[in-house]
Design a protein around this ligand. Structure first.
Ligand SMILES: C[S@@+](CC[C@H](N)C(=O)[O-])C[C@H]1O[C@@H](n2cnc3c(N)ncnc32)[C@H](O)[C@@H]1O
Length: 246
């Protein structure tokens, strides 16, 4: 058996092509699409394959839609829709200046910011991008429920190019306070070697999150624990936040 190779599931084109199959449309995206449809100008940070913005145009959105992501392989999937501005980069690469009514981060993108400095820089850039009265909507998983202990799902997908891929999350574990590592394993009869993708995610308690927001000049205006807009409690899985500039 050949040694596995290491890769990154967002930047590797072999893996990005079936991201949408592994992460299908759900109530989280309905929640964000409703917000997008009610805002004239929208920035989706870490848009990935752009699934939310891609639905907005056919649903009748006529304003400005911008998707930003540092992974070219993910953006290449998004670019199937040509009526959205797709920007290759992160919040540090484009100095947006009070120009969006709504900024969103979907699919737990907030959790890719691992250090306090990365979180502070991201939130400061989001604040700067918001127009007067603009809103920032995002979610992060509630660490109290230790969801990573159940991240051992397996799946088989057939990508658009016909490649059959088996995938599983393995060995999810808390590697230091608030940081969880999980290894995605991908294999296909078409590939010589198994592909391993270790990823790290930051988990913050709700009080810690609010301190970061406040430090960046953002105040929470709505908070939910599930996509049906049920108010957040410590027993619910998501910390869904809508914040505005102060
Ligand atoms: C789990 S995916 C979510 C994609 C999309 N938002 C969704 O809901 O399907 C995480 C995304 O965050 C992007 N990402 C990683 N680091 C980032 C950063 N520093 N700034 C913005 N996006 C980042 C990845 O490239 C990837 O597309």
């Amino acid at each position: 058996m050949p040694e596995p190779e290491y890769s990154d599931d967002y930047t590797d084109p072999r893996l990005a092509i079936f991201y949408d199959q592994l992460n299908p449309w759900g109530p989280d995206r309905d929640f964000y699409l409703d917000l997008v449809m009610a805002a004239d100008s929208v920035l989706d940070v870490g848009c990935g394959t752009g699934s939310v913005l891609r639905k907005a145009r056919p649903a009748g959105h006529t304003g400005r839609l911008v998707g930003l992501d540092p992974a070219a392989a993910m953006l290449n999937q998004a670019k199937a829709s040509t009526d959205v501005d797709w920007i290759h980069g992160d919040l540090g690469s484009v100095p947006f200046d009070q120009e969006f009514e709504l900024v969103i981060m979907t699919g737990h993108v907030f959790q890719v910011f691992l250090t306090d400095n990365e979180i502070a820089a991201a939130l400061t850039a989001v604040r700067a991008a918001l127009a007067d009265g603009g809103r920032f909507a995002f979610e992060t998983l509630n660490p109290r429920l230790r969801p990573w202990e159940r991240w051992t799902n397996q799946a088989e997908v057939v990508a658009a190019d016909g490649t059959v891929v088996s995938t599983a999350n393995t060995n999810p574990r808390l590697v230091e306070r608030g940081i969880v590592e999980v290894v995605g394993r991908f294999s296909s009869p078409n590939w010589e070697r198994e592909v391993l993708c270790p990823s790290r995610f930051r988990f913050v308690e709700v009080e810690e999150l609010d301190a970061f927001l406040s430090e960046a000049g953002l105040a929470v205006v709505e908070r939910y624990g599930l996509w049906d807009r049920r108010p957040f409690t410590e027993q619910l899985p998501e910390i869904i936040t809508i914040a505005t500039g102060v």
